[in-house]
Design a protein around this ligand. Structure first.
Ligand code: HEM
Length: 518
């Protein structure tokens, strides 16, 4: 059968606006959406195969979910060179790679208009399943849910969940500040959170994920989801006055997971893809095709998702410019500005272009070095091997890989051979698509992992995808009609500008007033 190249399919989906206008209004949309979902997720083996210890199928590798899985087995230990059979005997110093190719020279905004609201969603969303366990040998995870389980809201284990819960009407614990709901502090809920020494206990907010106090962008999402959970509990209680705390909690959690998947597919992936095809979250599209409702997070997915170039030079909120030094671990910013002004500021501020290099701010540059070192310890195979695995043509030269002549020469000098280029360096530095946030490989490799994880969730299976799972039609409807705007504006006093892209027209760009209605 004739197979169109990924580049041709991408061109078709991102051009011919008129054509997609017609498609988005017809039954063809479902067919194309089904094809997108199946072609992408068919690339991910399910059940999973290898891991960092095992390059062959075995029970331990399948059954021990403390491992991340791997799409390709590690470079065998008996290979003559670090990347197999090609390249130099010693890999480039990560510091040299960081300084020469990753470090930001001048902030380059994403040409697709992605904003900080998107960037913090990326971090908030992915950290429920990317939870590398640095306490043991490389390749292990603390995230045993291996997918969208909302553990960043409810905690990774039952002990933490029980401490975060109010044990009344299904709700989570909270504190009221000026009449508004915020996460409680460690004085009320004594669970482990990572904060710098000396930060007063009242400012140590408690969140499902122990590191989410680090950024106001994460605490604002934590606050919004906390309010949404408690709002959904009220809706369910009104429908089911006899339900106990447990059933209200459990059913609300399923609704929240459903809302997350919907918003991620229809708005977040939509923004990332740049497609004119309107992406649709409808699990029933897959009910008549062969599809496994299970997922295992892969190490390669975790590595490629290190999107630190998204981070700006400083943060702009309500006319103030806040440097990193005053932003990190500053939970008082959340109460000072309130959710509305933070969301408004983050939605208006451009995020950096992820691909192409030279765009990682100093404050996060060290993370680049960490992932490079980790990928070496895990013996991740070369970038070109992954290109082949995802049906992409391997690059034949550094000049084909990047249009930046200096970068091509520099990488050639350091790696010696295009077939020895490392996976992470490859996905991040590859030439970007015209006006794209990153290059071809990030899309063609990231999308399959992502869609398999989203649609492989049990909620999307025929057994779960029905009104009774969500407490009836009202709950099912909350899931099916979830949007980022509703998520924010049903839980705030006024409706700020809220989207995953910077304002695109004058109307969107207008300053919002505290009276704006949903
Ligand atoms: C100022 C903002 C940020 C800071 C200070 C920060 C810092 C860090 C640090 C220190 C690590 C741990 C590195 C390691 O131990 O290997 C990390 C991991 C990671 N970061 Fe960020 N980050 C930021 C923003 C982001 C954003 C916007 C994304 C977008 C997706 C992101 C994605 C990741 C991923 C996927 C990991 C790996 C997580 C894991 O394996 O457990 N980060 N980051």
């Amino acid at each position: 059968m004739l197979k169109p190249s990924p580049a041709a399919v991408h061109y078709l989906l991102t051009h011919f606006r008129w054509l997609w206008y017609v498609v988005n209004n017809s039954f063809l949309q479902d067919t194309i959406m089904r094809i997108v979902l199946t072609i992408r997720s068919d690339l991910i083996p399910s059940p999973p195969t290898y891991n960092t210890k095992y390059g062959y199928l075995n029970w331990e590798s399948y059954n021990n979910i403390s491992y991340y899985t791997r799409l390709l087995p590690p470079v065998p230990e008996d290979c003559p060179l670090p990347m197999g059979t090609k390249g130099k005997p010693v890999l480039p110093d990560p510091k040299v790679l960081m300084e020469r190719f990753f470090k930001r020279t001048k902030f380059r905004p994403d040409p697709q208009g992605t904003n900080l609201m998107f960037a913090f969603m990326a971090q908030h969303f992915t950290h429920q399943f990317f939870k590398t366990d640095h306490g043991v040998h490389v390749g292990f995870t603390k995230g045993l849910g291996h997918g969208v389980d909302a553990s960043q809201i409810y905690g990774e284990n039952l002990m933490r969940q029980l401490q975060l819960r109010l044990h009344e009407d299904g709700k989570l614990k909270y504190q009221l500040v000026n009449g508004e709901m915020y996460p409680p502090s460690v004085t009320e809920v004594p669970v482990h959170m990572v904060y710098p020494e000396g930060l007063p206990a009242q400012q140590r907010l408690v969140i499902g994920h122990e590191i989410f106090g680090i950024l106001p962008g994460l605490t604002v999402y934590a606050t919004i989801w906390l309010r949404e959970h408690n709002r959904v509990c009220d809706v369910l209680k009104a429908e089911h006055p006899t339900w106990d705390d447990e059933q209200l909690f459990q059913t609300s959690r399923l609704i929240i997971i459903g809302e997350i998947i919907n918003i991620i597919i229809e708005e977040y992936v939509q923004q990332l893809s740049g497609y004119h095809l309107k992406l649709k979250f409808d699990p029933s599209l897959l009910f008549n095709v062969r599809f496994q409702y299970s997922n295992r997070i892969a190490l390669e997915f975790c590595h490629l998702y290190h999107w630190h170039p998204l981070m700006p030079d400083s943060f702009l909120i309500d006319g103030d410019e806040i440097p990193y030094s005053q932003f990190l671990y500053n939970t008082s910013l959340l109460m000072h500005y309130g959710v509305e002004k933070l969301v408004d500021g983050f939605s208006r501020q451009p995020a950096g272009q992820i691909g192409g290099g030279h765009n990682t701010h100093e404050a996060v540059l060290k993370v680049t070095g960490m992932v490079i070192k980790e990928s070496r310890a895990a013996r991740v195979q070369p970038f070109n091997e992954y290109r082949k695995k995802f049906n992409l043509k391997p690059y034949t030269s550094f000049d084909e890989f990047t249009d930046d002549k200096d970068m091509a020469r520099g990488l050639e000098e350091l790696y010696g051979d295009i077939d020895a280029l490392e996976f992470y360096t490859g996905v991040l530095l590859e030439k970007t698509r015209p006006d794209g946030i990153f290059g071809e490989s990030m899309v063609e490799m990231g999308a399959p992992f992502s869609l398999k994880g989203l649609m492989g969730n049990p909620l999307c299976s025929p057994q779960y995808w029905k009104p009774s799972t969500f407490g009836g039609e009202t709950g099912f409807d909350i899931v099916k009609t979830a949007t980022l705007k509703k998520l924010v504006c049903l839980n705030t006093k006024w409706c700020p500008y809220v989207d995953f892209h910077v304002p695109r027209n004058e109307d969107e760009a207008k300053p919002r007033k505290p009276s704006t209605e949903l």
